[in-house]
Each structure stands twice: as structure tokens, then as C-alpha cells.
Design a protein around this ligand. Sequence first.
Ligand code: HEC
Length: 185
Amino acid sequence: MLKVIKNIAFSIFLLGLTAQVNAQELFVFQNGNLKADNGKVAKVFLGVPVKVKKDMGSSTKVSIHGFLDGTNVYSSEKKELLIAVLDEGFKPTTIKGTEVELVGTIEKELLTENGAEVWEEHEEFFFEMCTQCHAAQAPSHHTMIEWEALMLPMRGFAKLDDEENSYLLRYLKSNASNGLVKVKH
Ligand code: HEC
């Protein structure tokens, strides 16, 4: 009897373990390429969450969830944040309407478990540029669209050039309350 219970307990433990592995979510550490089975590539941006499907050695088979418009893939239906750009011939899987899943392999070294780690340099730049006049508000304090509006005047205040502005905006939107990194309030 005890043995049966032990076996059952062990099976439940194993089930839990596989469920965990299947559901594992990682983040793209820097801009990189997702390669489909047919060899076509999607460019994916840093901070994008990926679901692990299969370990392939030096690369990992993953899926990315988004919303398609032409060859652009956005994090939301409202197209507030570009998360991937598809090469011609890269075929996303349609979930419904414009909602799609991109499946392909990505180099393992481009992935991280730690979502915050992705944004360390951005965060430093944010504090450097945006705390001269007032305390910084956490990116999660606003939605993506709010950050876009807020950055119009603040960009001028902080004297950001185009590149610095889009660098910072990507950080703020990715970490916004409805961004890529889901934070519980
Ligand atoms: C030169 C001074 C200055 C700099 C630099 C500056 N800000 Fe501001 N910021 C202000 C002032 C003044 C206000 C309040 C008036 C307003 O809303 O326009 C403000 C307001 C804000 C608010 C709105 C606060 C609220 O609750 O309404 C946010 C968010 C913000 N700034 C973010 C930023 C970010 C992000 C940066 C860096 C890119 C930045 N600021 C750089 C002067 C500055």
C-alpha cells in the first residue's frame, strides 16, 4: 500500500515537473533571429517573451505570441509595440483574426530566464536622463500609450535624439502596465 502511495506521489511530482518545463517562459535577451522550419527568419526584439517548446541543444524551439499586420508583429491588437518583423515566406500560425503564433528556433544564448536583466542598461539610461527634474516614475506606472504621450514633452526636456528616444520608449513600453513584462500591482 505504502509503495502504491509512493508511486502515485512520484508520478504527481513528475507531472508537475513536466508541466513546469512545458510552460517555461523565457525572454529574448537582445535583438535576434527566429528561424522557422522552412529556413525563413523573423527578426525578434529584445524583451519579447517566448514559450519553450523543445530543447534543441545549442538552440531552443520556441513560440512567440502576437498580432500580425503585413510583415510586422505587435504585442497587442492595438499595435503599440513592434515585437517581430517577418521575412517574406515566414508563415505564422493564425490563432484567430490577426492573432498569431510564430514558431521557430532561436540560439540559446539569446534567451534568459530573468526578464529584468534584459533591461539593465536601459534602466540605467532612464535614471540618468529622467531624474534631473523629478523622481522617476516606474515604467509599470503607465500604459504603453500613456508613455508615448508622456515622452513627447519629456523627450525635449531630456534633450534626447531620435535613437535615444526610441531606445527609451522601447524600455518604457515593454515594461508598461500592459507591456511585455507583466508586473502585478
Ligand atoms: C528638464 C526637466 C525634466 C526632465 C529632464 C524630465 N522631465 Fe518629466 N516632467 C518635468 C516637468 C516640469 C513635469 C510636470 C509638468 C508636465 O506634466 O509637463 C514632468 C512630468 C513628468 C511625468 C508626469 C508625472 C505625472 O504624474 O503627471 C512623467 C511620467 C515624466 N515627467 C517622465 C519623464 C521621463 C521619462 C523623462 C526622461 C525622458 C523626464 N520626465 C525628464 C520635467 C522634466
